[in-house]
Design a protein around this ligand. Structure first.
Ligand SMILES: *[C@@H]1O[C@H](CO)[C@@H](O)[C@H](O)[C@H]1NC(C)=O
Ligand SMILES: *[C@@H]1O[C@H](CO)[C@@H](O)[C@H](O)[C@H]1NC(C)=O
Ligand SMILES: *[C@@H]1O[C@H](CO)[C@@H](O)[C@H](O)[C@H]1NC(C)=O
Length: 410
């Protein structure tokens, strides 16, 4: 494919990018993939595609929209996979794992589903036909399916979102959807996917019960998808995230971070804000790296130009690892360093850096304890511009420079 090589080389020259290796490092660290969501309209941007198609950077793709019900069954019984296929063909051409997304969700439904009058029996038949058709169409291509998406509602007394499926079929629709998907593609990993279930709380407890509900019906569920739409400065710590991963793992399922972004609630970000965003992305990365049950991390697109945030949360954004101009942020350096550290390697010093000003990704051989010096515990900050706290890590942890603003005990 000379044209692809040419465009890759050209973009590398233009951007001065030397480290495009998140997936390579994640795999070396024992994960299945580091991936990104994408969408059809973005695939005409050749500079963007040069990065997205690079398997060393992104080993996994999630279609952001075009496998959703409004695209795949716009009128009853009219199944159209043309747009979804564009993304799945793209992933296949690049050897990338596919997370398929999604089968049953209250949002982005065609109006015939939300406005018709259903009985339990008629809606059950419609759901069954939808899942059978779509899962069969993509059979063998999807590592995982998000079978049911966002069935929980933080504010509902039952814990369940009162959408057309819940109101018509009862909570039974959830195990039914999983059993139907399992019958259509026994090899796909079947996930429940949601947000605000990444850390302990009422919604996470409801998610645990939801997994147990599916299991109690004898239906197959393989994983819990932790969306990971976080806010700068409000992202849970690595240890909080890890504890919740282990809670799901105890149910016998794997987990993945499926839609990660860390947004600023006001723009533009400050230097300190970018440092905090790096800490937050680092917490998610560390949590996943710390558990064998976490198979991988997917960002909900990798550059700000194609982030969903500004159109959904007015005035917010800059949530991705790459700026809109396709240069990387301090958060990228942190994720890269953590993956490299877990893989037992180091990130080479960048030959071209935008902002940080000091070498990143070097691993300091800080002694683990010495005399009366204060020490920092696992995941704690141990250095960086402006840091005045402890710079020594408690044994057996090592102080690792994530970026100019942040070093962490790992
Ligand atoms: C099926 O959906 C496609 C895409 O929306 C549309 O172009 C086509 O007219 C539909 N066909 C029928 C029979 O409804
Ligand atoms: C819908 O039908 C299924 C299968 O018969 C049943 O298990 C479920 O309880 C029904 N839901 C409601 C709300 O009646
Ligand atoms: C890319 O965009 C960011 C944010 O606007 C800016 O700080 C940086 O200087 C830009 N880099 C290049 C090479 O244009």
């Amino acid at each position: 494919m000379p044209s692809k090589l040419t465009s890759l080389a050209a973009s590398a020259l233009i951007l001065g990018q030397v480290n495009a290796n998140l997936n390579q490092l994640a795999q070396a660290a024992g994960k299945l993939y580091f991936g990104s969501a994408t969408d059809n309209s973005e695939l005409s941007d050749s500079a963007y595609v040069a990065i997205l198609s690079n398997y060393e950077e992104f080993g996994q793709i999630t279609p952001g929209n075009t496998q959703k019900w409004e695209y795949t069954e716009p009128t009853e019984g009219n199944f159209t996979y043309t747009e979804g296929d564009v993304i799945t063909d793209f992933a296949e051409a690049n050897g990338q794992i596919l997370r398929c997304h999604n089968l049953v969700w209250y949002n982005q439904l065609p109006s015939w589903v939300t406005s018709d009058t259903w009985t339990n029996a008629t809606l059950t038949a419609v759901m069954e036909a939808h899942i059978q058709s779509e899962v069969t169409h993509y059979k063998g291509q999807c590592y995982a399916w998000d079978v049911v998406n966002e069935a929980l509602d933080d504010n509902s007394p039952t814990g369940y979102r009162t959408d057309v499926f819940y109101e018509t079929m009862g909570v039974w629709y959830i195990p039914f959807a999983f059993a139907t998907a399992a019958a259509a593609d026994p090899d796909a990993k079947l996930y429940y996917n949601d947000y605000n279930i990444e850390y302990a709380g009422n919604k996470a407890t409801a998610a645990v019960e939801l997994v147990e509900l599916i299991q109690s019906y004898g239906a197959k569920i393989d994983g819990v998808g932790l969306q990971g739409h976080f806010i700068v400065g409000e992202t849970p710590s690595a240890s909080t995230l890890l504890a919740q991963i282990e809670t799901y793992a105890a149910l016998g399922v794997e987990v993945a971070y499926t839609e990660v972004d860390v947004r600023f609630t006001s723009l533009p970000p400050t230097t300190a804000g970018l440092a905090q965003q790096a800490v937050d992305y680092g917490s998610v990365t560390s949590a996943c790296l710390s558990s064998d049950s976490c198979v991988g991390i997917t960002v909900w697109d990798f550059d700000d130009a194609y982030s969903w945030i500004p159109s959904t949360f007015s005035g917010e954004g800059d949530a991705c690892l790459y700026w809109a101009n396709l240069t990387t942020k301090p958060a990228y350096d942190t994720v890269e360093s953590l993956l490299a550290s877990a893989a037992g390697t180091t990130v080479p010093a960048k030959t071209s850096t935008a902002a940080t000003g000091t070498a990143t990704g070097t691993i300091t051989a800080t002694s683990t304890s010495s005399g009366a010096q204060p020490t920092q515990s696992e995941y704690g900050q141990c250095g960086g511009i402006g840091w005045t706290g402890a710079t020594v890590c408690a044994s057996p942890y090592t102080c690792i420079i994530m970026n100019a603003y942040y070093s962490q005990c790992l």
